[in-house]
Design a binder for this molecule. Structure first.
Ligand SMILES: [Zn+2]
Length: 87
C-alpha cells in the first residue's frame, strides 16, 4: 500500500496511520467544528485512538466511531502540501 506524501501530492492516496492520527488532532484543535460523540446525549469531543489496527475516534464514555469523515484527511493533506492555513 502506498501512502500519501507531500512531495508527490497525490490526493487519491490514503494517509498512513500516524498521519491519520495527526490529522484528527489537527482538526479537533482547529477552528473547524469538532467531531463530537454520537452516544445518546454525550457531546464530548472525540479523540484519535487506535483499535484493532485501525485509527478510530473514541470518547471518554467508551463510544468508538470507526467512520472518520474524509474531509478531516483531505484538510490535513492540504496542510502538509501548502503549510498552515490561517483560518
Ligand atoms: Zn461520549
Amino acid at each position: 500500500m502506498e501512502f500519501f506524501n507531500e512531495d508527490e501530492n497525490d490526493m487519491t492516496k490514503p494517509l498512513n496511520n500516524i498521519d491519520k492520527m495527526k490529522a484528527i488532532e489537527s482538526w479537533q484543535e482547529s477552528e473547524m467544528h469538532p467531531l463530537t460523540c454520537g452516544n445518546g446525549k454525550c457531546r464530548n469531543s472525540l479523540q484519535d485512538d487506535f483499535v484493532e489496527g485501525e485509527v478510530v475516534l473514541s470518547c471518554v464514555c467508551g463510544y468508538i466511531q470507526k467512520k472518520i469523515p474524509e474531509i478531516v484527511y483531505t484538510r490535513y493533506k492540504r496542510l502538509l502540501v501548502d503549510g498552515p492555513i490561517s483560518e
